[in-house]
Design a protein around this ligand. Structure first.
Ligand code: CO
Length: 441
């Protein structure tokens, strides 16, 4: 069963990517291992010979592309994107506090996290630290404690008998992880703790002091197959590392070399407005450097399709009424095309038809989703990319449950299905009628 191997590798990818930084680094390592050449925004790169390349920005977002030889202004680019970040708890700049002999680390809530599942988890800590060497030179490195170092214990039910009826969570006071029990009232120095971890991980560098950090707590329990027949996977960050992994693998495994591009953006969960987010200039600036002539760039974009890949809401058996009755995606029934009249998803009938045909050609089932009118619809980087570039977009993603929980759930086949549909996209050279054109025919 090939989906088992694919999903096992996906689980491994997610376990090694506790933060957007680690996800971008892992994606880059996989690409480099398969012959993609890393190029840098700080050096000139015109003209690039045909080949495969990738660029990282801020260690947390990545663009990979293949130039096939034919002009992209004539062929268009097969583009697709996903996001590297997930909701979570980010360490405050000065997090340490002592409370009844407990050392606790204050956190900020990053993105739209479902908070209740963060209690009683074995939490680890990972992210980027910035340090100085003895000469004052600044460097930064990714660190990951890789073992449980903190926990946010629930309050015992005996101390709050009403908790199962109505529970609210105060983000400032209720969500402060405990990381240590102290024997005196001296506050341990966080930067020293981080320096020790840094040196453990990178024995060859010689930092004198850690000065700053961007660290996130995460669930140290790795993702796993679940279900009597391993039908499901449960794990953190399935939204949206599942899509990142499927995209990278599909690009690598395409049967033929086409002009194609994958973008993995950071900061989707907080609205995408940053230098590395979809509202920022990352993709635009790469396209400008690939196609410096405005006219050629516009021709390319009008011949291109962008597949925005992000998890969708599968129907929850205990809450099926939360879905429109005709649009109830099931786990393991294939990727979902997302529709929204108000452009929270950028799909139109032509881009949907195109994706549906990709699935047909890849022998992959496909489903449709629209939000109920009486519930607010989420969004993705699809409409943002459509608005920034004017490119045709289809919004798709695997159905999932418990989205934005610390432990989400998807079908164990759906990542494989998604990968196969995307591989078909990156493999097909097809005549012009294969792509949705910008003008009606
Ligand atoms: Co998402």
């Amino acid at each position: 069963m090939p989906h088992i191997n694919f999903t096992t590798d996906l689980i491994d990818f997610i376990a090694r990517a506790p933060t957007a930084f680690h996800a971008a680094r892992s994606a880059g390592d996989i690409l480099a291992g398969r012959g993609f050449v890393e190029i840098h925004e700080s050096s000139p790169w015109q003209p690039l010979p045909p080949g495969s390349y990738f660029i990282r920005r801020n260690d947390s977002s990545l663009i990979a592309f293949t130039l096939a030889g034919e002009k992209p202004s004539l062929t268009g680019l097969r583009m697709a994107g996903a996001h590297t970040d997930s909701p979570g708890l980010k360490l405050k700049p000065i997090p340490g506090r002592i409370n009844h002999s407990y050392l606790q680390f204050g956190v900020e809530v990053y993105g739209g996290a479902l908070l209740a599942p963060w209690f009683d988890r074995d939490l680890s800590l990972a992210g980027r630290v910035t340090w100085q060497d003895k000469d004052g030179a600044i460097g930064s490195s990714l660190i990951d404690f890789r073992r449980p170092i903190g926990v946010i214990p629930s309050l015992a039910i005996h101390l709050d008998r009403e908790v199962n009826k109505n529970r609210s969570i105060n983000k400032q006071t209720d969500l402060v992880p405990i990381v240590m029990l102290l024997e005196d009232d001296r506050l341990p120095d966080l930067n020293t703790i981080l320096l020790e971890q840094l040196v453990r991980q990178y024995p060859k560098i010689s930092p004198a002091a850690v000065t700053d950090h961007e660290l996130f707590f995460y669930d140290s329990q790795p993702p796993a197959f679940v279900g009597l027949q391993n039908e499901f996977i449960a794990g953190s960050r399935l939204d949206n590392l599942l899509s990142c992994y499927a995209l990278i693998q599909a690009l690598l495994d395409s049967r033929t070399r086409q002009n194609s591009l994958v973008v993995l953006n950071d900061h989707e969960e907080i609205g995408s407005l940053s230098g590395t987010g979809a509202r920022g200039p990352f993709l635009q600036s790469v396209l400008e450097r690939l196609l410096p002539k405005t006219d050629e760039r516009r021709c390319c974009l009008s011949r291109s399709l962008f597949i925005s890949v992000d998890n969708a809401h599968g129907v929850h058996p205990n809450f099926a009424g939360k879905h429109d009755r005709n649009h109830r995606p099931l786990l393991n029934y294939g990727p979902v095309i997302k529709h929204n009249a108000n452009q929270h998803y950028a799909t139109d009938s032509r881009t949907a038809a195109y994706f549906r045909r990709l699935c047909q050609r890849a022998a992959v089932p496909v489903q449709d989703f629209v939000m109920r009118n009486d519930l607010a619809c989420g969004s993705t980087l699809g409409p943002i990319t459509a608005a920034e570039l004017g490119v045709a977009v289809v919004d798709v993603g695997v159905p999932s449950l418990a989205m934005h929980s610390i432990r989400e759930m998807t079908g164990s086949r759906d990542g494989w299905y998604l990968y196969n549909a995307l591989k078909e996209f990156f493999s097909s050279s097809g005549p012009d009628d294969d792509r949705p054109e910008s003008s009606p025919q």
